[in-house]
Write a protein that binds this ligand. Sequence first.
Ligand SMILES: Nc1ncnc2c1ncn2[C@@H]1O[C@H](COP(=O)(O)OP(=O)(O)OP(=O)(O)O)[C@@H](O)[C@H]1O
Ligand SMILES: [Mg+2]
Length: 142
Amino acid sequence: MVPKTLLNKEIDITDIKQLYLLSKEISKFIKASDLFFLKGNLGSGKTTFVRMILENSGWTKAVNSPTYSLIQLYPLTSYSILHSDLYRTQTVENLDIEEYLETHACFIEWPEILIDWRGENTYLCKFSHTPTQRSIYIECLE
Ligand SMILES: Nc1ncnc2c1ncn2[C@@H]1O[C@H](COP(=O)(O)OP(=O)(O)OP(=O)(O)O)[C@@H](O)[C@H]1O
Ligand SMILES: [Mg+2]
């Protein structure tokens, strides 16, 4: 579980270091079957967040944006991570995410088409940004 102290409040991530520290804290609590919906405008920092989660989870190789490949898998020692971007996807047909969810913590950008899905724990992470400020708001979905 992501600690309650990080939920239901606007967290300032204007400085990229703040995002790094937040992702480091969250990565301590991630496990398989966790589902993270990442919502926010283009360029609001969703991919950057996943990249930092991976870095803090022990992934040392490249992290590529899944915009074209749809799904990227990162096998780690204690759990694995799935990163997906559904920006160009209209239907959940042929999406294997549900199967992967059993063994992976899943981070989904542009999750609107599967926002009713639930993992063991499901988090909605809302990214906001203006030219001078960035923030993230995390809530746990029932
Ligand atoms: N907290 C931050 N502070 C400063 N720069 C940031 C921060 N978060 C992200 N950026 C920068 O913003 C740019 C876009 O970020 P990113 O690709 O993560 O956005 P995204 O939400 O995944 O966008 P898309 O919807 O297009 O996939 C990148 O150049 C990244 O380095
Ligand atoms: Mg992205």
